[in-house]
Design a protein around this ligand. Structure first.
Ligand code: B12
Ligand code: SF4
Ligand code: SF4
Length: 241
């Protein structure tokens, strides 16, 4: 990994790296913004004995490949359950004396993950509203968030700029068949209405995300893209009915 991005992987434990949970961030709880503290306390009434919040994410294809090889592949919510299992094994192996509590994924989706990513420089908003950074492009996501009584070194923020700042042609915007994206604005409603339409090319993918050239070597496989977008489509359809 390019040294400039070493802060994206502060916990170099093989259990995490080998299973594709290859990005992590550690926050001291008192230093988090009020909005995030409120979201945490709404999920966990007693945070008093925890000192830190740890975010585990994946970048690229490895987490998906490992999930597919695991016993979770054929069960419900394979990625969530595989990721939780890896984090549990990491704590059992490396932090056996520490207590921790899993906040995400765990029912309600109320922890503002992209805001947490913004605090450590993982997240810059791409026009298609998925976060982007120069190392992984938009091919990363947040997998597990825990409260822990650990004393790990808090993660410094990356200082690398958004790849979008120097992207003049912005091919993601022109690739959107619904014209939902603009440089400073995006219409979620236009995107959703297009995705719901019978002629949609975006039932199982986002053409804008695919058109982005940043870190294209980390693009998910077609199988993984289809998995994620089919699930988001199902959520949209449930909400629409
Ligand atoms: C709810 C949600 C959804 C809903 C969105 C419904 C809605 N009204 O917002 C649905 C199910 C549609 C969805 C879909 C997807 N999501 Co989603 N989603 C979330 C969730 C749980 C909350 C986001 C939110 O509502 N924030 C609050 C509002 C106020 O924030 P906002 O920044 O103003 O706007 C958000 C959305 O409203 C939406 N949005 C707003 N305007 C527009 C305009 C356009 C054109 C589009 C496409 C989206 C969009 O995108 C913003 C970012 O979340 C987060 C996880 C989390 N807890 O943060 C994941 C999250 C944002 N999703 C994520 C992803 C990857 C996706 C999908 C690509 C599918 C997938 N899981 O792989 C698709 C892509 C969207 C699309 N084109 O369909 C990732 C992003 C990772 C990253 N690198 O940043 C997150 C962080 C989950 C994770 N575990 O990592 N998602
Ligand atoms: S194509 Fe350019 S503007 Fe669009 S997300 Fe990628 S870097 Fe950003
Ligand atoms: S899913 Fe399709 S319609 Fe929505 S932003 Fe992406 S390319 Fe545009």
């Amino acid at each position: 990994m390019d040294d400039r991005y070493a802060n994206m992987c502060p916990i170099k434990h093989p259990l995490l790296i080998d299973n594709g949970l290859n990005i992590q961030a550690i926050f001291n709880l008192p230093n988090l913004p009020e909005e995030i503290i409120t979201a945490i306390t709404s999920k966990s009434s007693d945070t008093s004995h925890f000192k830190q919040l740890i975010v585990f994410g994946h970048g690229g294809k490895q987490m998906w490949e490992k999930t597919q090889q695991s016993t979770f592949a054929k069960l419900a919510d394979p990625i969530d359950n595989f990721s939780i299992d890896v984090v549990r094994r990491y704590f059992a192996s490396a932090c056996n004396d520490n207590t921790y509590k899993i906040l995400y994924p765990n029912g309600a989706d109320t922890i503002p993950l992209q805001k947490l990513g913004g605090l450590v420089g993982w997240h810059h908003a791409a026009p298609f509203k998925v976060g982007i950074n120069a190392l992984w492009g938009s091919w990363f996501a947040y997998r597990v968030v825990v409260l822990a009584d650990t004393s790990l070194e808090p993660t410094p923020c990356l200082t690398t700029p958004s790849p979008c700042d120097s992207c003049e042609e912005k091919p993601c915007i022109s690739a959107c068949p619904a014209s939902a994206l603009h440089e400073t604005d995006a219409s979620f409603e236009t995107c959703i209405n297009y995705r719901l339409s019978t002629s949609s090319q975006c039932k199982t993918q986002c053409l804008a995300r695919f058109a982005c050239p940043v870190a294209s070597e980390h693009r998910y496989t077609t199988e993984q893209i289809n998995y994620h977008y089919t699930r988001s489509m199902q959520t949209i359809e449930e909400y629409d009915t």
